[in-house]
Write a protein that binds this ligand. Sequence first.
Ligand code: GDP
Ligand code: IMO
Ligand code: MG
Length: 426
Amino acid sequence: MSNTVIVGTQWGDEGKGKIVDMLAEKAGAIVRFQGGNNAGHTLVVDGEQCILHLIPSGVLHEGKKCLISNGVVLDPEVFLKEIDGLAAKGVDVSPARLMISKKTQIIMAYHKLLDNCRESMKSADSKIGTTGRGIGPCYEDKMSRIGVRAADLADPELLRAKIEAALVEKNVLFEKLFNVEPLDPEKVFQDLLPIAERVAPYLADVSSEIQNTIKEGKSVLFEGAQGVHLDIDHGTYPFVTSSNVVAGNAAAGSGCGPRQLERIIGICKAYTTRVGAGPFPTELFDEVGDTLQRVGHEFGATTGRKRRCGWLDMVVLRETARLCDLTEFALTKLDVLSDLDELKICVAYEYRGEKVAYPPQEQNGMAHVKPVYESMPGWKGDITKAKKYDELPVEARNYIARIEELSGVKVGIVSVGPDRAETIVR
Ligand code: GDP
Ligand code: IMO
Ligand code: MG
């Protein structure tokens, strides 16, 4: 297998975890390169479900290296909880195969507090609906050059100094602006020490691990989190997450060269969903939307919130194809569309009196577009048992062919159920 990047093409929760788990069998190493435990990636193997927030989705495959690289923001408590849960199931989570880059930014107690203070202070229409995991404030500290990095967990004096420095400004905000108790730097430090001690053995030079894997003739699988329309630059700003989600960040976020990224697979749900606030042109507020939500079990894997549902949006997908130079799509949850009489595809937007093929670039422009729809007949019956492409009903194959036509990107993988085995590779 070539080195492969997996990106979410929509607003997250497209089924990245499932596809990464499936492809991990052929990889030497699996790397999480951005985001943090705002992600929730679901794997189902032989009917058993496993939700991962930080650990790469290749972990269920024995012997594969699982790497958390510099572009990630890591909550060490969540990391330990996740490895304890996996270890209890008999999964090997030893530092021999699971590693954290020494350059990874650490999510601190004050980041989580700040995230939640900010959200609760915002007016109803400006709330982002973050996951409350401290993601934004942690990336802010990274960019302000005052972040705590994973290597600092093994250097208590540096750690203490960084916490003291970071809290100088933040405590003013907590006390004066948000009216909450300021944090005692010494307590933050002492609380972190036992956690730091447990995380320290996992620290590694992840960039070198990636290069060594490639030198051994094995391939690397880069596991994106979120979706391209949540990207800090290219998403529906300001209703986005705080990292670059686009495929190019797999290089910067992990310490490899862009030429080493060979195959770029965009994971695409057969319809569209979004959790949290922000524009969503094809959102459905009718019975069909409720059906997609119910049949697709569309609840957030991290926060349990109901996901908003709508028709497939080709404007969104075209933009992702262009931003990521996708080599193919993996189309997921096709089974959820079974038994709908009519399927709609948004092929363009009307924006300021014109028909446009790409999202507007102005802030919140997507809130002011009108979707232009095409309609296709649906299919009846269960498709989850299909093992070959030809076994899909002709209407399903036509739907896929139309997606390929409208995007210029081929669909290489079709997922017809949550289980690893419920997948068709063309
Ligand atoms: P991720 O964040 O992109 O990894 O996606 P999530 O795990 O948050 O959400 C995807 C959900 O859809 C999970 O519950 C998966 O088990 C489920 N899923 C993935 N692929 C399929 C599929 O083809 N059909 C159905 N019915 N469910 C799927
Ligand atoms: P996976 O990897 C769906 C959304 C949040 C919120 C916005 C900002 O499972 O696809 P943040 O906590 O990142 O500051 O929240 O981004 N969001 C996601 N939505 N799937 C995700 O991850 C998400 N990660 C963040 O709901 O709207
Ligand atoms: Mg998810």
